[in-house]
Write a protein that binds this ligand. Structure first.
Ligand code: GDP
Length: 657
């Protein structure tokens, strides 16, 4: 019997039993370890003794009952807008006081004066809240909770976990997925299988596991940025001969930001230079403490190419899934998410979807994003026709008129007509939405959001050119102390700001801060689309001050940088007297003699300053337009290289709203 099974029998958490066993000096490492009969008998007895002890205590000693407070609705929200207090759900007196920027005792005094006595921790009833609000010069508006659909618990059934494999390049993501398929699946389908879609289902004795086969955190976060987090569990793969690398850290941060549990697979243990202990030690630095060291992270040692440890890894996944108690309703019209789509020459638009709830059937009318359709055929991950798909199970659907996008949510509706109508409505909504919108979270409106309590922490993705400044900035940022707002760095790294960073920020409502690094044009476009604010700095002091000022609502008038143009250095001439002249070609916009410029190499800003001379042939000129060549010398910088980009920019003041 496994630790997890015994825990279930005894009605305690697997991880509690594990630490209990360890405390008893029984050598076990993880919840999938098998216990011998003697140990099982011993533990059963011990736990039943515990039970009698505790019931005995309850009956003899004086019983202290908890004050009978209503539990606070976790979805409660209180917001002050003008002289109105908007209240959704319930709040305690203390929370009410805090929302108004007052101390608990001062509000208590007001109440006492009104002839009421309520403990600070008690839930305020609507009547008292209303009277109190009026006394303080506000009007209370009770916002009705959105009706929660009642789910009949008895209809819920277990669904298989959906797993994504992440890790640094070459650490073995693909090999692991291959190994899982060949060792676990090939037996079922004699002669092997040809995978058909970007997801696969592994059938095990104790249940099924679904793997998303677009490994890596890019796809994971992209889907999440679109509001479609489908992954239940992340397997983080770390090569034992290479250890934790930058993309390992990114993967950890992306999974953590999504709140998805991580199981670590230490791979390539067959290699002579594998250093498993070193990997474990460095995992601790990233808050992944191995279970065997008293932490919560399950670690499995594997070799993807040799097939070692794969069954154990799958076991750990199943146990984790059981702990998570993933349940949903099967008997209802299906809903789910598109994980990929493509245009097939013969079949037309096809999409791979993952059913999140209900059962999808051939013949169903669906709305998918802002498109409608009727399911003509369903193909399972091996390409076989199936009549339905249950929760978590990936299938390819045929029958949608247009190509949907990954992340689109689909839903089965009554009939074709309803599907068309809903799709049309959604199209209109989309057109509404395509009008410019404000950023999700920005320095500009941070203060207002902090004031109303809508924001309690400023989440940031921090990128820098070198490790030293990254650490210095992290240090200063975490020390900022303005009111109750915390600064939380959800990811930090070295190098240019990437699409990944923007997607992570978008999915987590964070801002991106760059120090001496920039985002490429494409990434800036993505940020605009995702409504993510990117702020870049050259001086740490400015960065820290801006964050402080934003939190205090005291930002200086903002100047927005306008890029005037870019030139690419094609040749460098060393002229003894005036230093280096960059023979350049203006690739976009224009280069202006008097504007500021920065020199960019490999997406990193190396230098910023003014132009010393701008020439066309022998003449000094005021500006050079796109498509022309020119000679540029920089005021105080001579280390120019071929391939460098000279970016020319100006500043314009942004109107404050
Ligand atoms: P990915 O980039 O993370 O998908 O990594 P791959 O799965 O492509 O693996 C990268 C390289 O590592 C390939 O050459 C694999 O054959 C090798 N590799 C993967 N797993 C193992 C392993 O367990 N042992 C050894 N020795 N090599 C492995």
């Amino acid at each position: 019997m496994k630790v997890s099974e015994l825990a279930k029998e005894l009605g305690i958490a697997g991880k509690d039993l594990l630490s209990r066993l360890k405390a008893e000096g029984i050598s076990v490492k993880r919840q999938t370890d098998v216990l011998d009969e003697d140990t099982i008998a011993y533990i059963r007895e011990m736990v039943s003794e515990d039970d009698t002890k505790s019931t005995g205590a309850e009956s003899s000693a004086e019983v202290v009952t908890e004050p009978n407070l209503e539990t606070t609705d976790t979805r409660q929200r209180i917001e002050i807008i003008g002289d109105e207090i908007l209240l959704e759900g319930t709040v305690t007196l203390q929370e009410f006081a805090e929302a108004l920027g007052k101390t608990g005792p001062s509000i208590l005094q007001t109440l006492v004066k009104m002839g009421k006595m309520v403990p600070l921790t008690a839930t305020l009833d609507d009547e008292t809240a209303e009277a109190l609000a009026e006394k303080l010069g506000y009007k209370l508006v009770i916002v009705e909770d959105e009706p929660v659909e009642e789910i009949d618990e008895s209809l819920l059934q277990r669904r298989p976990p959906v797993v994504t494999v992440m890790g640094h390049v070459d650490h073995g993501k693909t090999s692991l997925l291959d190994a899982i398929r060949t060792t676990q699946v090939a037996e079922r389908e004699a002669g092997g299988i040809t995978q058909h879609i970007g997801a696969s289902v592994v059938d095990l004795k104790d249940g099924q596991i679904v793997f998303l086969d677009t490994p890596g955190h890019e796809a994971f976060t992209q889907l999440r940025a679109r509001g479609a987090g489908v992954t239940d569990i992340v397997i983080l793969i770390v090569a034992a001969d290479d250890g934790i690398m930058p993309q390992t850290v990114e993967a950890i941060d992306h999974a953590t930001a999504a709140g998805v549990p991580i199981i670590v697979a230490i791979n390539k243990i067959d290699k002579p230079n594998a250093d498993i202990e070193k990997v474990k030690t460095s995992l601790v630095a990233h808050k992944l403490v191995p279970e065997e060291w008293g932490g919560e992270t399950q670690i499995v040692e594997i070799s993807a190419t040799k097939g070692t440890g794969i069954p154990e890894l799958l076991d750990v996944v199943l146990v984790q899934a059981e702990v998570m108690d993933l349940k949903t309703i099967y008997e209802s019209p299906a809903e789910g998410v598109v994980i990929e789509s493509r245009l097939d020459k013969g079949k037309g638009p096809v999409a791979t979807v993952l059913v999140s709830q209900g059962t999808l059937k051939v013949g169903d009318a669906i709305v998918c994003g802002h498109r409608s359709g009727k399911i003509r055929a369903l193909l399972d991950w091996c390409g076989a026709n199936v009549s339905n798909a249950t929760p978590s199970i990936p299938v390819e659907i045929l029958g949608i008129a247009e190509l949907p996008s990954a992340g689109d949510v689909f839903k089965v509706v009554e009939n074709d007509k309803a599907a068309r109508e809903i799709a049309e409505n959604r199209q209109e909504e989309m057109q509404e939405k395509s009008k410019p919108q404000t950023t999700k979270i920005s320095f500009e409106d941070l203060f207002a959001k902090v004031q109303t309590g809508a924001v309690k922490e400023l989440k940031t993705v921090l990128k820098s050119d070198v490790q030293g400044s990254l650490e210095a900035i992290t240090d200063s940022l975490t020390k900022i102390d303005v009111g109750d707002v915390k600064i939380k760095i959800i990811h930090k790294g070295i190098g240019a700001i990437t699409d990944n960073d923007v997607n992570l920020a978008s999915a987590s409502e964070a801002v991106v801060i760059g120090f001496n690094v920039k985002a490429t044009g494409a990434t800036q476009k993505l940020a605009a689309k995702e409504r993510v604010e990117i702020r870049t700095y050259r001086v740490i002091y400015d960065l820290i001050n801006d964050v402080k000022a934003a939190l205090e609502g005291m930002l200086e008038p903002e100047y927005r940088e306008v890029i005037l143009g870019n030139a690419e250095v094609r040749q460098v001439f060393q002229v003894s007297k005036s230093g280096a002249i960059a023979g350049s070609y203006v690739t976009s916009g224009k280069i202006q003699r008097t504007a500021s410029v920065r020199l960019i190499r490999d997406d990193t800003v190396l230098w910023e300053g003014k132009i010393a001379a701008l020439r066309r042939f022998k003449d000094d000129v005021r500006e050079v337009l796109q498509g022309y060549e020119c000679g540029i010398s920089l005021d105080g910088f001579n280390d120019i290289q071929v391939g460098d980009i000279i970016e020319c920019y100006g500043m314009e003041e942004v109107e404050r709203s």
